[in-house]
Design a protein around this ligand. Sequence first.
Ligand code: FES
Length: 108
Amino acid sequence: MIVNGAPIRSCLMLAVQVDGTVVETVEGLGNAGALSPLQQAFATNHGLQCGFCTPGMLMTLEAYLRATPAPSEQDIRIAISGNICRCTGYEGIVQAALDTVSAKASRT
Ligand code: FES
């Protein structure tokens, strides 16, 4: 999840610790009618298999891409280095992030 703009491991934070903070979860990225650009890029690039890691990957990348508008592929790999995908779907995940960056750049 993202707390006050920073990616946080929800399993390491007590509910009382987020009292008074801005908390964003994967459920808030898109809506029922439309995925967020990053979520759509994950779907397009097969960035998920079992989906176990997907919420963490999405929220880590969402926070990272907000703060880093033009990362390299290596930067993205470093940004997600704290997240493990046991399905080894890293290629699709990294490509999804790169596509999101490219799409953002073409809109500006
Ligand atoms: S998609 Fe299965 S753990 Fe990442």
